[in-house]
Design a protein around this ligand. Structure first.
Ligand code: HEM
Length: 412
């Protein structure tokens, strides 16, 4: 996006630096003065919130790694040691474990925002695809992190998922061996999971930089979905959106603090406070809440391989979203029928999450099949067809008079 604003160094020192490393120019033109649509709502604060979540996870993770011992003999006890002996170890651990949940909560809101306002549509396809890569990396990182405390759910969750990978044709067997480092989940598995769990957040960080870089080429989408037509449609990122982002982050922190200080184990599973035991299988093996929708899809079909393919397919389909949705209009605000299907899709994902925690029998199994069908139908049938036949609502002429036109439409 072209910015009319050009940075001018104010004194000798900044002039000297600017001709050698234009760091201030970059910060000024691409962050502080970046022209941002003036009609962004609070859903647009989640990109910033997510960045803060990532930084928090990295900092607390590094501190935890100073006290954690990645060995099957010591891992469980080292986590208890962090909780009881390390100064504020309990706080660091609760921030990190609940932080993962908050990170996923924020990413879900961020993704559903993009889906509603058509932020993945041309020219923002690459931003969306990089987002999908980040999401995939987040899932892998969280899954590996959950294995580290070496509780019962850590061990059995890893066993179930790694065995499923084994069903994949061609790559399944070698991939399983690579993940396990042996014939079952054991010390080598824990070691490589620890190493990868430490590495992946930095890779995520790199992809986030690309994500934001790609965002800064066309600039932000906005609630009306119309492109910026001139200076009248934008404001400088600072102070307008820095203040708004920090306010939203503070509110988000209140919820985060509620979990850390009042209910730190609410989102976890009690069985993970029992040390891993290969001879005792827990009654129900369930992943963390943010993976439950995919777990429900996995178990919706009786065939193991079909389940695994569907589960991966549920994420893969997201990558093709920019081309599956054929509507010319971006924002869901002007798509009256899409809105119904969208709300149904959000409810569908919530139900899938609920079903992922139930035993796949009877009504639960039936419902998980229905909701899985709708999940895929939304992307593969509804979006391609609806975009061609739906009659859009009257659109505003531009961003600056969008609110005015909305009132006019309401008055009609
Ligand atoms: C670590 C995770 C992530 C971080 C730190 C991050 C960061 C950001 C930031 C700072 C923005 C600009 C502000 C905003 O629109 O909220 C943004 C925009 C965007 N993100 Fe993400 N993001 C992440 C994950 C994702 C994921 C998983 C997706 C989708 C699969 C996604 C899709 C998008 C899209 C489409 C936009 C453009 C929105 C617009 O133009 O208005 N992001 N992201």
């Amino acid at each position: 996006m072209d910015t009319d604003y050009k940075y001018e160094p104010k004194n000798g020192l900044t002039r000297w630096l600017d001709s050698r490393l234009p760091l201030m120019r970059f910060t000024s033109e691409h962050v502080l003065q970046f022209p941002t649509p003036k009609n962004l709502n609070y859903f647009w604060t989640f990109g910033f919130i997510l960045t803060m979540c990532l930084v928090t996870q990295i900092i607390t993770g590094i501190i935890l790694a100073m006290h954690y011992a990645p060995s099957t003999l010591l891992a469980f006890d080292s986590v208890e040691h962090i909780m009881r002996n390390v100064n504020y170890g309990w706080l660091i651990r609760y921030i990190h474990s609940n932080g993962a949940s908050m990170f996923f909560l924020a990413v879900f809101i961020h993704m559903f925002r993009g889906l509603y306002y058509g932020s993945y549509k041309e020219p923002r396809e690459v931003i969306w695809i990089l987002g999908c890569i980040i999401y995939l990396l987040m899932i892998v990182t969280a899954f590996m992190g959950y294995v580290l405390p070496w509780g019962q759910m850590s061990f059995w969750g890893a066993t179930v998922i790694i065995n499923l990978v084994g069903t994949l044709p061609l790559i399944g067997e070698s991939l399983t061996q690579m993940l396990l480092g042996g014939f079952a989940v054991d010390n080598p598995t824990l070691n490589r999971f620890f190493s990868l769990h430490y590495l992946l957040p930095f890779i995520i960080f790199g992809v986030v930089l690309l994500h934001i870089w790609a965002l800064h080429v066309p600039g932000n989408n906005n609630p009306v979905g119309l492109s910026v037509q001139g200076k009248q449609d934008t404001v400088a990122f600072h102070p307008y959106y820095t203040v708004k982002d920090f306010f939203a982050y503070t509110v988000f922190l209140l919820l985060f603090c509620y979990f850390i200080f009042y209910n730190p184990n609410a989102l976890g599973h009690a069985d993970n406070y029992i040390e891993a035991d290969a001879m005792v299988t827990p009654a129900h093996i369930v992943p963390e809440w943010y993976l439950l929708p995919f777990y429900a899809i996995l178990r919706a079909v009786p065939d193991k391989l079909a389940g695994v393919l569907l589960m991966f397919g549920a994420i893969a389909v997201l990558f093709f979203l920019p081309w599956l949705d054929t509507a010319k209009v971006r924002s869901g605000r002007y798509r009256p029928i899409f809105r119904y299907f969208y709300v149904l899709f959000v409810i569908d994902c919530l139900i899938l999450g609920y079903l992922g925690a139930q035993v796949p029998e009877g009504i639960y199994l039936f419902l998980s099949r229905v909701t899985t069908i709708y999940y895929f139908a939304f992307f593969l049938l509804v979006l391609p067809i609806l975009g061609r036949i739906e009659k859009m609502k009257p659109m505003p002429i531009g961003i600056s008079n969008s609110e005015l036109s909305r009132d006019m439409v309401a008055a009609e």
